[in-house]
Design a protein around this ligand. Sequence first.
Ligand code: NAD
Length: 256
Amino acid sequence: MSLTGKTALVTGSTSGIGLGIARVLAGAGANVLLNGFGDPTAALAEVGSHGTRVAHHPADLGDIAQLEALFAYAQREFGGVDILVNNAGIQHVAPVEEFPVERWDAIIALNLSAVFHCTRLGLPGMRERGWGRIINIASVHGQVGSLGKVAYVAAKHGVVGLTKVVGLETAASQITCNAICPGWVLTPLVQKQIDERIANGIDPQQAQHDLLAEKQPSVAFVTPQHLGELVLFLCSEAGSQVRGAAWNIDGGWLAQ
Ligand code: NAD
């Protein structure tokens, strides 16, 4: 399928899953606006290697003014956003009574509120152009809980709820809104959780195996490429009647 002429904004795409999705969308012909922290040079080169237009905007999506500046930039430079992938997210693990209030606020702001803000800012242009895709990278933690992840699980359940409402509000149009719920994907966000096990004296290979085996029956990681291909399907005509869904891709995690 071809996404030539479409513009995709992938939030949090200087690393991990977002970078993988951006690469697949550019490979299908989309112009891509990257966002995220850190030096974007490598991501720009990787995503730009397909010959489509690629740019990076450094907005901190925890800040509403910066978020609005990102959409103004997308309008000015790309003529708007046709495919919005709400991917940026952070994690913090601690029991609820020890959970730092500042971490709660930051996780809710980025993992949930930024999805709302990007949607409200991106949707009017999609309605004007008569086509759009909003794809929210939620998590299996949008459907089940895990110890120590109170803010993340609350935010991701919120994203799944938001997705249903936006899916309904766009149901009679050529715009769809869906959530993808990945299990473990080996990215810096998850490597941090593996490193915590290693710091407790567990062998690195064993730490990775244990993390997977506790939750993911396949004992294999989902990859950013798998997620990019699922995003591509949701952008296709065959995906046009998937609406308001929370689509798990999790090595069997939620089947248990
Ligand atoms: P990652 O840490 O590799 O990448 C996160 C990206 O978000 C980076 O580009 C980072 O710069 C950006 N970012 C962080 N804070 C930001 C902010 N305030 N404003 C703008 N950008 C910001 O993480 P990842 O594992 O690729 O996670 C991406 C998404 O996938 C997250 O929403 C995460 O919850 C979700 N997810 C990850 C997994 C997994 O196993 N890795 C599983 C399920 C869901």
